[in-house]
Design a protein around this ligand. Structure first.
Ligand code: G6P
Length: 598
């Protein structure tokens, strides 16, 4: 969840590290810090703060720090409160460290070391352990190998030793860490987009690297050097920019039509779905649609399972990765399992990929970030082309995941003779043309959404209800609202409300109804009447004759395609509600974009 970066080279390290931290801040933003060798290389300065990066920038502006070698960290707290002592880097003796991950046996390490600590993080204990070995060996590489053999849990570490001038060590287990050449020096980063690299190497579990201004050596877990590991990269690092928008979330919602077109174009050929890296035989033999993911990605999976069943009778199920990984696996050799992940780095999803692979399944990733761990670990990948998604709450990536999943369903249905080529070509055309057009929010709709959000912004409890595919959308719409506005909200199938939750309906409660499905609108209206009779305040996304509700019109796309018109609207509703309640929609409290710990 944390972001880490290190640089040693000819350029100003502070600038590169601060720029990188800005690009990594989406991974965690409770606190941040950096450490740097002085220009003569004699000492290491550590500066850290509780709070966001701008607090660190302010602190840096008051000190003279001329350095060519620095490591930095942006934190999402796991162990230890959000305080300056618990912020990284940590220093014990001659060792300075930044860490992404969780050290599970930190208490045991603490009791074995018998020394005092400044803060309460697991990382500081790991730092002390490395330092203890460094005192004994006076060899950074060996100290790290010895300590890591004792450490349980997950980590990406960047480490400096005061005696090893302008040198950074990097090592990882079950956490992403990339080393590479770029920016006139050697870099180590959690995410390839945070630095301009010409060559790169993803460290595998247990591997480590030594970075100096002159180059990088990569080592296996036993310490022997691995040659030829650095490969050329063509990743374009554009630093995320709001392009005049007040927030990334709004910018990303507005980009939906464009990125939908890109995703469909990249995964179609001659008007039909086409996936470069997935053999037809895989989809022809896919008997069930099994989908695994977390958060919004899981919700995209739910929608796909519904659509596959409705459209071509392919049965299936969507699973939450953190549950699936500890349940009795039913996956067998030859099964196809689809993993959805924007980042490609979510720890629970990665664990499920590894588990399903070990059981002999074909692992198919629907991933947004190229060069991510999942993109390397899956047998086949369909890329969504949402571009950088910076706002923590996923918007454009979600609709692109839906588009990719729909193309997958169309293709599997065609290969299994569940749909004719004519039908698949017709559906693909809708996805390519009508869907992006109808995902666009015009000024009139924008104003409607804003005014309704304003009217309901003070409801501290909300329900989202719907039927059929709308019920599935409710889960995502409700998640969006609670993520960014901190309103307590729950999603319910509309017909289920009266089996319990209706007891909570009072005039203080707003109920957001999604009703795009014309077939079911009559039934949903009955449920709306039930809410209305108890004083609940209704918002309707859809089309209805009912007068006693605030309506966000949404009748442009029908059936399986309705999510593409409805999603940008409920996302915008959540955005405006957050704004009107004074919340930061891009960096909501306690959340992080990329959940790289369990
Ligand atoms: C976090 C993010 C969500 C995201 C989920 C899964 O909770 O805040 O926006 O949906 O992780 O992330 P992934 O990168 O695997 O899609």
């Amino acid at each position: 969840m944390c972001g880490i970066i290190g640089y040693t080279g000819k350029d100003q390290a502070l600038q590169i590290v601060m720029r990188g931290l800005a690009a990594l801040e989406y991974r965690g933003y409770d606190s941040c810090g950096l450490s740097a060798f002085s220009s003569d290389g004699d000492e290491i300065t550590v500066i850290k703060k509780a709070g966001r990066l701008k607090v660190l920038s302010e602190a840096l502006s008051t000190v003279q720090l001329n350095t060519r070698c620095a490591i930095g960290h942006t934190r999402w707290a796991t162990h230890g409160a959000v305080t300056e002592e618990n912020a990284h880097p940590h220093r014990v003796g001659k060792t300075v460290i930044v860490h992404n991950g969780i050290i599970e046996n930190y208490k045991q390490i603490e009791s074995e070391l018998q020394c005092s600590f400044q803060g309460s993080t697991d990382t500081e204990r790991a730092c002390a352990l490395i330092d203890r070995y460094y005192e004994q060996t006076h060899d950074g590489k060996q100290a790290i190998i010895n300590a890591c053999s004792q450490i349980e849990g997950s980590y990406a570490f960047l480490i400096m030793f005061e005696d090893e001038k302008d040198t950074i060590y990097a090592t990882s287990r079950a956490c992403p860490l990339i080393v590479g050449h770029g920016e006139n020096g050697s870099c180590a980063i959690s995410d390839i987009s945070a630095c301009r690299l010409d060559t790169y190497c993803r460290l595998n579990d247990g591997e480590s690297a030594r970075l100096t201004p002159d180059g990088i050596s990569v080592y296996a877990s036993d310490g022997h050097e691995l040659k030829g590991r650095l490969l050329p990269t063509d990743v374009k690092t554009e630093l995320p920019s709001k392009n005049g928008y007040p927030h990334f979330m709004l910018k990303e919602i507005n980009e939906i039509p464009t990125v939908l077109r890109k995703t469909v174009d990249a995964n179609t050929k001659d008007g039909l779905p086409f996936f470069k890296s997935i053999p037809d035989s895989v989809l022809k033999d896919m008997k069930r649609l099994t989908v695994i993911g977390c958060g919004t990605a899981y919700h995209a999976g739910l929608c796909a399972v519904h659509t596959a069943r409705e459209l071509s009778g392919i049965d299936g199920a969507a699973y939450i990765a953190s549950e699936y990984r500890y349940s009795r696996p039913t996956v067998k050799k030859g099964d196809v399992v689809v993993f959805i992940s924007q980042s490609g780095e979510t720890a629970d999803t990665l664990a499920c990929i590894r588990m399903c692979r070990s059981l002999g399944a074909y692992t198919l990733g629907i991933i947004n970030v190229p060069y991510s761990t999942a993109s390397f670990e899956c047998d086949g990948v369909i890329y969504t082309h949402a571009g950088f998604e910076i706002a923590v709450a996923s918007t454009k990536a979600y609709v692109c995941q839906l588009a990719a999943l729909y193309l997958l369903i169309f293709k599997a249905s065609l290969l299994q003779n569940a749909l004719s080529e004519k039908k698949v070509s017709e559906y693909t055309k809708i996805l390519k043309n009508d869907v992006p057009e109808n995902a666009y929010i015009d000024e009139e709709k924008r104003k409607t959404v804003y005014n309704i959000a304003k009217k309901h912004k003070d409801s501290e409890n909300m329900f989202y209800i719907g039927r059929g595919i709308d019920s599935i959308l409710c889960s995502e719409a409700s998640l969006k609202l609670k993520e960014v506005s901190y309103i307590h909200s729950e999603a319910y199938p509309a017909g289920e409300l009266k089996h319990g939750a209706i007891s909570l309906i009072t005039p203080d409660v707003s109920v957001f109804v999604i009703a795009t499905d014309k077939k079911l609108i009559g039934k949903t209206e009955n449920n709306m009447q039930e809410v209305s009779s108890r004083g609940g305040r209704l918002i309707l996304l859809g089309d209805s004759e009912m007068k006693s509700c605030d309506i966000i019109p949404c009748n442009s796309l029908q059936g399986i395609f309705s999510p593409f018109a409805a999603s940008p609207l409920f996302q915008l509703y959540a955005y405006y509600t957050a704004l009107l309640r004074g919340c930061d929609p891009d960096m909501p409290r306690n959340l992080a974009k990329s959940v790289t710990v369990e």
